[in-house]
Design a protein around this ligand. Structure first.
Ligand code: HEC
Length: 153
């Protein structure tokens, strides 16, 4: 990669970490982001898996767009150094391994973003079978990241 681009990207990452504020704020926003995502994926699950008769195309589109928007919002900025210790809404569950395995963390984050954006695309098409399949793929990405980097307490 071009050195100048790499420098600007590094700078942008550093700035975004700095602008994400104190450790407690980063943890709180992170926990809020995932809770909001879970609320929205729960709505989709209800409408395409549990009670398909309740399927409402516009609601599923809105929920999928909300998940994609949060996924695309730059959540990486909320994983600043030291945020594996501390209290947001409650003590953080981020494992220290997150900082020791940056490549794996990046891979899982990219997989999650890709799946979230694809879910938003599929929701627009309105085919319940495809939405259900893509929701399953998205949930796999939640699980892999949690298995690697979220502490169970
Ligand atoms: C890139 C890694 C990653 C992905 C992908 C991910 N999570 Fe998480 N999740 C975390 C981490 C880390 C925490 C712990 C955050 C903390 O306590 O600081 C967490 C916490 C949570 C929480 C608890 C929030 C709280 O109130 O403390 C919920 C709910 C959750 N995730 C749901 C999901 C769902 C649903 C998905 C997929 C649609 C998902 N997550 C995808 C890493 C991830």
């Amino acid at each position: 990669m071009n050195r100048k681009i790499l420098f600007v990207m590094t700078l942008a990452a550093a700035v975004s970490v700095a602008s994400a504020g104190p450790i407690e704020d980063q943890i709180r926003w992170r926990q809020s982001a995932y809770s909001f995502i879970a609320w929205n994926s729960g709505k989709i699950k209800k409408q395409v898996v549990d009670q398909p008769e309740s399927y409402d195309k516009q609601q599923v589109i809105a929920a999928a767009n909300a998940i994609a928007a949060v996924a695309n919002s730059g959540l990486g900025a909320l994983y600043g150094p030291g945020t594996d210790q501390g209290i947001g809404w409650r003590p953080t569950q981020l494992k220290s391994e997150f900082f020791q395995q940056p490549e794996e963390a990046r891979r899982l984050a990219v997989a999650f973003n890709t799946a979230a954006n694809e879910l938003a695309r599929v929701a627009q098409e309105g085919n319940v079978t495809s939405i259900k399949a893509q929701l399953g793929k998205l949930n796999e990405t939640c699980k892999s990241c949690h298995n690697s980097f979220r502490r169970r307490d």
